[in-house]
Ligand binder design. Structure first.
Ligand code: SF4
Length: 462
């Protein structure tokens, strides 16, 4: 049975920031009694509903409790050595030593200038390795995949780091016993999950990337100013779910098309006429908005935030569109009272996208985009190649290649495609990049498979 806080009246207590005890509900609620419902594994649709609930104070208190760690346990050197052995690649080393371009046989590989493991992912995996070393006999759980990469996730499974099971859409937190260790992944965890865990007196190892917590700070700022957070992200993605849980009022838009609909509604249909009634708005966005969201009253003051791995240009476009819309509605002189912007695209995402734009300008026969099929940042790298019309194959491991000259790959919108004879005959130039959660070793395994296929082709010709 899932842990579930029922509707309850909780007497008011202040936050004790000096305590090292993990914060409980009774210590994080504001001065007034309030109704609070927390479903540990519900979507982020304001499972913590009460306006008085201070998620920031809760997080602040949690991070100072004795059962919480986000810095590792002093085993960095040896865990990094182990990771280097498991995840690095000689082929990538050769490419880097040769200006990111090298020819093996009849295959020239051009590697993006920025690719692969970002520091946030490396840090998260390394802290998880440290947790295993620090707690060799304890049960270790993780609330979600630590990152979106099957190779790394399998490795953690081998290290007996288990994912908290889900039944009928509910995370089964009651499987976690007092004294167990629970890892929060790089994308973070929703505030109600943190609450559920802190109530169970477990050791929390928080690997949330600081870039993600920066976005949480931003939506908390929106909340304090009574702005609705417009989150550019994918509904249901762990990071967006966590971010929404820290927001007050929020609306998740996945792309410029949805943002245009919202702006058209704000302007009463005067933008492009794509929106219609309040009911139609709620039908379209009800699942991706905070509980009780009303487009007539909750789009007067808005702030922009994003899932850190979205396409940077699109986040900027959405921000500008919202700003222009609110200027048009309330006047240029009043825009600051209606719109709050802040760039929360992380550097790593930006660098990988910029490098990809540069790479697709080169003469390439095809692109290989390597990364988990549920990795948002990898999908955007694939999107850039597809937009340029370059044959681009998004695969998560070398197992997608073969038998023979065949490949199973994903398109950026998620469609799975199989293709025969995907590798052209004769000398070829391949562009290569990998998502922020992809170890170099996975890229190497893919390239080795390509080299083998091309070698076979040469042998058949001989
Ligand atoms: S992609 Fe950015 S936000 Fe995500 S883990 Fe890496 S550094 Fe952090």
């Amino acid at each position: 049975m899932a842990v579930c806080f029922q509707l309850c009246r909780i007497p008011a207590l202040g936050v004790d920031l000096s305590s090292s005890e993990p914060p409980s509900l009774s210590r994080i609620i504001g001065r007034k009694p309030l109704v609070l419902r927390c479903e540990a594994s519900s979507s982020s649709s304001s499972a913590v509903e009460a306006a008085e609930f201070d998620a920031k104070a809760f997080r602040h208190n949690l991070t100072r409790s004795k059962n919480y760690n986000r810095k590792g346990f002093g085993h960095k050197e040896e865990t990094m050595e182990l990771m280097n052995r498991e995840y690095t690649s000689d082929i990538i080393k050769t490419l880097k030593e040769n200006g990111n371009e090298y020819t093996w046989g009849n295959v020239t590989v051009k590697l993006a200038e920025a690719f692969g493991f970002c520091w946030g992912v490396e840090r998260a995996v390394q802290i998880a390795y440290e947790a295993r070393k620090q707690f060799p006999t304890e049960k270790i759980w993780i609330t979600n995949e630590i990152i979106h990469n099957p190779t790394v996730n399998k490795r953690l499974e081998e290290m007996e780091v288990k994912t908290i099971p889900i039944e009928e859409g509910q995370k089964q937190f009651d499987i976690v016993d007092r004294g167990d260790v629970v890892i929060l992944p790089a994308f973070g965890a929703a505030v109600e999950e943190m609450l559920a865990l802190s109530e169970r007196s477990v050791q929390i190892v928080d690997t949330t990337c600081p870039w993600v917590s920066k976005v949480w700070n931003m939506v908390e700022k929106h909340k304090r100013g009574d702005y609705t957070s417009i989150i550019h992200g994918k509904y249901g993605h762990e990071e967006t779910t966590a971010t929404a849980s820290f927001a007050g009022k929020y609306l998740i838009v996945k792309n410029i098309k949805e943002a245009t609909y919202v702006c058209d509604y704000i302007l009463g249909g005067a933008l492009d006429g794509s929106s219609s009634t309040r009911e139609a708005f709620l039908e379209k966005f009800g699942h991706a908005a905070s509980k009780g969201f009303d487009p007539d009253t909750d789009l007067i003051k808005v702030g922009i935030a994003n899932q850190t791995t979205m396409l940077k240009g699109e986040t900027e476009e959405i921000g500008k569109l919202l700003e222009r819309t609110l200027m048009r509605k309330y006047g240029v002189e009043n825009v600051n009272n209606h719109f709050m912007a802040f760039n929360t695209i992380c550097d790593a995402t930006q660098e990988r996208q910029d490098a990809m734009y540069k790479l697709v300008d080169e003469k390439l026969d095809l692109m290989l985009v390597i990364g988990g099929w549920n990795s948002s940042n990898t999908s955007h790298l694939q999107e850039i190649a597809e937009d340029r019309g370059i044959p681009s194959y998004w695969i998560d491991s070398e197992r997608r290649i073969g038998p023979g000259n065949k490949i199973a790959y994903k398109l950026n919108h998620g469609e799975l495609v199989e293709k025969e004879n995907w590798l052209p005959k004769g000398p070829i130039t391949i562009g290569v990049t990998s998502g922020a959660s992809t170890p170099d070793k996975v890229v190497e395994d893919v390239l080795v498979k390509v080299f083998d296929l091309k070698r076979e082709e040469l042998l058949q010709l001989a």
